[in-house]
Write a protein that binds this ligand. Sequence first.
Ligand SMILES: O=P(O)(O)OC[C@H]1O[C@](O)(CO)[C@@H](O)[C@@H]1O
Length: 461
Amino acid sequence: MKIERTLDSVCNFSDDVISGKIKPPSSPEGRFTQILSVGIGGSALGPQFVAEALAPDNPPLKIRFIDNTDPAGIDHQIAQLGPELASTLVIVISKSGGTPETRNGLLEVQKAFREAGLNFAKQGVAITQENSLLDNTARIEGWLARFPMYDWVGGRTSEMSAVGLLAAALQGIDIREMLAGASLMDGANRNPELRNNPAALLALCWYWASDGVGSKDMVVLPYKDSLLLFSRYLQQLVMESLGKEFDLDGNRVNQGLTVYGNKGSTDQHAYIQQLRDGVHNFFVTFIEVLRDRPPGHDWELEPGVTCGDYLFGMLQGTRSALYANDRESITVTVQEVTPRSVGALIALYERAVGIYASLININAYHQPGVEAGKKAAGEVLALQKRVLAVLNEASCKEPVEPLTVEEVAERCHAPEDIEMIYKIITHMAANDRALIAEGSCGSPRSIKVFLGECNVDALYA
Ligand SMILES: O=P(O)(O)OC[C@H]1O[C@](O)(CO)[C@@H](O)[C@@H]1O
């Protein structure tokens, strides 16, 4: 019920946006022309992959992504939108609703809206779990729309939820066809007979190729430009799911499968030399697409040979050359790149990951390692606040007292964190938030640092 209700609301909302029934308040165009999707990890990779794979050449709304807390990257996306910010639908995606990178992206975009005199709430959409911080913010601020993400849907398996479907529908992609492809694949993968179960076969191939311990890397090579981001999408799906320290019985296993790759035949002119002749630490997955281009557009660029025949020849040639040198490969073949086949591919790999996880007895659906990194990042920012307080105190003296890195570390009562304090200082200095009085950042012991301005309020905070 809930799923169907969400799907209907995604379809209705996107129809209304595309038809102009739902419009931005102050755009001269009178309708939304752009999507700015803010999210990271599973809240970005699926929509990015699908946009690249399936968006038509002239979509009703074009899409851009903010998937990092890199200020220059965010500025670039906003600058590229230019005056079209007024006709941009901002979709903020976060299952937890509290991921710092996504929150920062949102705050930066909201600032850009304020500076352009635009009302963000009338152009903002949230996709998140009910009652998350993001959900509550969107509700209280009266954003244009909110779509749910359910607890039982993991970020990296969320492409077929509102996370992936809303952006796809807004780009004119047939999302019911994507779902039909996923559903067909899901049906096939319920077959208890192994040889007729594609996901089980795939998982067994991985197990066999990597000795069940990830001893070989998975190189994913779609021979089709539009599938370029499939390997990046799979990198998260596979590595965040399977890269685990402990198995389900608590044994230390350090499992995983490394995924990389871009596309063929492009990569043949990059690293495939090493795959053929160098260290044998990988297996390849070729993604073969039979249909070269839409019917009626083909021509022979030399007698009997089309451009697509070259692509075909490159794939088959590389596959044979690798095989001749004992390098294993799997080939996944699709008829053509359509919403249906892309939906099926996503469902295939989601299920293969689940089956492989049960083969190696690990939990595919948590990510404790990432949480450790997030916690450590929080500690760095807390240390930065202490460094700032120490520098501020010294910079408020008459005359200003420039400090060495060692002195800052001592006054922070964190001598063991001296290297991190040095990193914090060089970062602040590079961004004009601290001034170097003596020495250069290249030689840590030589520098003396102070703040450009004394913040008296902070002294008594
Ligand atoms: O959707 P959220 O909660 O913002 O999380 C984004 C991503 O962060 C992770 O939790 C950890 O990287 C991913 O699993 C997830 O896709």
